[in-house]
Design a protein around this ligand. Structure first.
Ligand code: OKP
Ligand code: ZN
Length: 351
């Protein structure tokens, strides 16, 4: 398996997120990825490589899934923030006002506070000095992984953070800024795959990916996740969201109650993979979150370390070329073992 690692991930190392009325230390930390690297040093399932350098191709791919005014804002947000007041350099950026129903999103406000609200959906995803560089290098990893698979590789992994699956066409949130899984899917489409599927196994609904492809029938989006009636991101991810227009039937949500066991979870995985097969997908993107782990501090499923080996094996048996992107997982010390178990299980079953 080819593994494209984001060597710049540490540049995104935010301090505090809003959680239950308080600012608490960020759950999404650089240590998460470091644990994967440490485990890969013990169990090398593939050589680590850097992505194709940042280039016009990356800009083009990003522009296919994100709005230009969103990308422009994110690229310049930190400089704008510091220009407002040099003292801001010591504080991460968090939004505090959002345009909900009835407000206008078409008029781009001048106010920075208003624009960061327009382009986000929560106060848990701080933007700091290195956010853009780290996220963009992560996008380069996702693109490189997709290019490798388009070129004939059976599987490739984008080993990156911050994650991506909550980032939509023009919004960040859920610790996500650029949608790596969507970028991989788009890249696979642009390089020969007529139909692609994204299978999101993170604990949280992949709302960004769903929204990006909601009106399209060439990219099937499937997500297994905690029921949004009780679980983040709350406002999307219900079973009756099936796609719209040309995309009707090309979105499948499999919400499961908090407390779901591995047995029930793997049964839902079968339903998800059946949809991937029915779509006649030529390539698969797996948004790989391991926050389904029983020890995860912010999630509620009960998968154990061994279950991730079985997940990898099952993904391999789907028989498709696969791009995996790293998403959530906050039992920090166990993230390495759980992620590498998926990769090892995949390689063992892929033969
Ligand atoms: C990102 B990814 C828990 C607080 C939720 C946001 C969670 C983002 C998860 N009550 N904060 O999908 O792993
Ligand atoms: Zn998650």
């Amino acid at each position: 398996m080819k593994i494209f690692r984001n060597a710049l991930h540490r540049r995104h190392d935010a301090r505090l997120e809003m959680y239950r009325g308080r600012l608490v230390p960020c759950h999404e930390t650089p240590a998460r990825l470091d644990h994967v690297l440490a485990e890969l040093a013990r169990r090398p399932v593939g050589a680590l490589r850097d992505p194709v350098p940042d280039d016009a191709g990356l800009d083009e791919a990003l522009a296919a899934i994100h709005a230009p005014r969103y990308l422009d804002f994110l690229a310049g947000a930190w400089d704008e923030w510091v220009a407002l007041d040099p003292a801001n350099a010591g504080t991460d950026i968090l939004p505090a006002v959002w345009p909900v129903r009835g407000f206008r999103a078409d008029v781009l406000p001048e106010s920075f506070a208003a624009r960061i609200g327009l382009f986000s959906f929560d106060a848990g995803s701080p933007v700091m000095a290195g956010t853009w560089v780290a996220a963009r290098e992560g996008a380069a990893c996702a693109r490189s992984a997709a290019l490798a698979v388009s070129g004939g590789e059976r599987a490739a992994f984008a080993l990156t953070r911050p994650p991506g699956h909550h980032a939509g066409p023009d919004f960040f949130g859920g610790y996500c800024f650029l949608n790596n899984a969507a970028l991989a899917a788009q890249t696979l489409r642009d390089h020969g795959a007529a139909r692609v599927a994204v299978l999101d196994v993170d604990y949280h609904h992949g709302n960004g990916t769903q929204t990006i492809f909601y009106g399209r029938d060439d990219v099937l989006t499937v997500s297994l996740h905690g029921d949004p009636r009780t679980e983040y991101p709350f406002f999307l991810g219900h079973a009756d969201e099936r796609g719209e227009g040309a995309g009707l039937g090309a979105n499948l949500n499999l919400p499961l109650p908090r407390g779901t066991s591995a047995t029930t979870w793997f049964a839902a995985l079968e339903a998800g993979l059946a949809a991937v097969a029915a779509h006649r997908a030529e390539a698969l993107v797996v948004a790989l979150g391991v926050d389904t782990f029983e020890g995860d501090p912010i999630s509620g499923f009960h998968l154990r370390a061994d279950d991730y080996l079985r997940l990898g094996e099952r993904l391999a048996r789907a028989g498709l070329p696969v791009v995996l992107t790293m998403e959530g997982g906050y039992a920090v010390a166990e993230v390495g073992v759980n992620v590498v178990n998926v990769l090892e299980g995949f390689m063992a079953a892929a033969g």
